[in-house]
Design a protein around this ligand. Structure first.
Ligand SMILES: *Cc1c(COP(=O)(O)O)cnc(C)c1O
Length: 391
């Protein structure tokens, strides 16, 4: 018999009832160390006092008014994102995939508005993940997500990650944009080499294409910069963000330059819930913390420590781990044993992590952790690794 909740998830049989920082507590009060971070969402950990205070204060004032009226906190959050990035303008939605949809629509509309209505195709990369709408599964190109959902939405051409010749060869008169994650998340924590991102930028300039970065997972401090693209020195025309910007509240955004957004006139795109006062209060509160002096330096410092420790772990357990990858606090352990089995044995040791493609275990802890939490994680990872070594 089908469950009242549509059974589209393979869930672990546990429910958490409260959290604090990197700790989650189950119904029986057992504590778990959370290095999954709600899949890179809980950027400031659980029950961060500033977020709790902001949300409860706003909840007593105003939740939702619709975008028929001005929303001062929306204007403020947009201005802060504009001031902190390449962007000149921001559209707010409620999730990562909505930010991706807005980005793809914006790129097509730019071409349309600038005398190229024939340009609607987007080049994407093998191993990509952009969400689960019909367009996003076509963009991601993964057979397991496309199966049984009808003809693949037209307008996406996929090439191998990191192969600039293949990108060049895929550019046709109908091409409008190139869409890439600066570090592939679900695909297995694969960073795009900076020179590859620079080459994509050059190709976009030469061919009049829009460069779109999907920073839904890499954004808002996760890699130790506010956005991952800053490591490469290349800025996109359009960028999708979500996950961390809401710190657990559903929130996504599409950031763009004035030129890229030139086709998006009144009535061209909309979201009923997008950017409502409740979400905007929380988004601003997340930025209060992430933009504070030294916050990103803290992330870089803890990340360097974690990376060193993980390198030692890999060296100590060569039959279990192959290497460490990723950027900042978006870290991956490439496994020699099945990643799903490792994640479930780690869970038995009271620590949460998340699987990814290419047999990788993802560590996505809150950005506010310190060296103590990293040491605790190392102990639990090491104990779990040992269970694969004893006969
Ligand atoms: C999670 C994710 C998405 C989709 O976000 P949703 O909020 O689940 O729609 C898109 N792109 C990347 C890179 C992601 O990690």
């Amino acid at each position: 018999m089908i469950t009242p909740v549509l059974p589209t998830y393979a869930r672990t049989d546990i429910a958490f009832v409260r959290g604090e920082g990197a700790s989650l507590y189950a119904e029986d009060d057992t504590r778990y160390l959370d290095f999954g971070g709600g899949i890179a969402v809980n950027a400031l950990g659980h029950a961060h006092p500033h977020l709790v205070k902001t949300l409860t204060e706003q909840a007593g004032k105003l939740w939702h008014t619709s975008n028929l009226y001005r929303i001062p906190d929306q204007e403020r959050l947009a201005k802060r994102l504009v001031d902190a990035t390449f962007a000149d303008t921001v559209f707010f939605g409620n999730s990562g995939v909505e930010a991706i949809e807005a980005s793809i629509k914006m790129a097509r509309r730019y071409q349309y508005k600038n005398g190229h209505p024939e340009r609607f195709r987007t080049i994407t990369f093998e191993g990509a993940f952009h969400g689960r709408t019909l367009a996003a599964i076509a963009a991601g190109g993964q057979a397991k997500y496309l199966e049984g959902f009808g003809p693949k939405t037209d307008g996406f051409d996929q090439v191998p990650f990191g192969d600039i010749k293949a990108v060049e060869a895929a550019i046709v008169p109908e091409t409008a944009a190139i869409l890439i994650e600066p570090v592939q998340g679900e695909g297995g924590l694969r960073p795009a080499p900076p020179e590859f991102l620079r080459a994509l930028c050059r190709l976009c300039d030469e061919h009049g294409l829009m460069l779109i970065f999907d920073e839904v997972q890499t954004g808002v401090g996760r890699t130790g910069k506010l956005f991952a693209f800053e490591w490469s020195g290349v800025a996109p025309d359009i960028m999708a963000i979500a996950k961390g910007i809401g710190g657990g509240f559903p929130l996504g955004a599409c950031l763009a330059t004035e030129r890229a957004a030139s086709g998006m006139t009144a009535g061209s795109h909309a979201s009923t819930f997008g950017g409502n006062p409740l979400a905007m209060a929380v988004g601003n509160a997340v930025l209060d913390i992430v933009l504070a002096p030294d916050f990103l330096l803290h992330v870089q410092k803890v990340a360097n420590f974690a990376r060193q420790q993980l390198a030692g772990l890999v060296a100590a357990h060569p039959k279990v781990f192959e290497d460490v990858r990723g950027e900042g606090l978006m870290l991956g352990l490439k496994m020699r044993v099945p990643n799903t089995e490792f994640v479930s044995r780690l869970f038995a040791h009271k620590m949460l992590a998340v699987g990814a493609g290419d047999n990788v275990v993802r560590l996505l802890p809150p950005l506010v952790i310190g060296e103590d939490e990293v040491r605790e994680a190392l102990t639990l990872l090491s104990e779990t690794a040992a269970t694969f070594e004893t006969p």
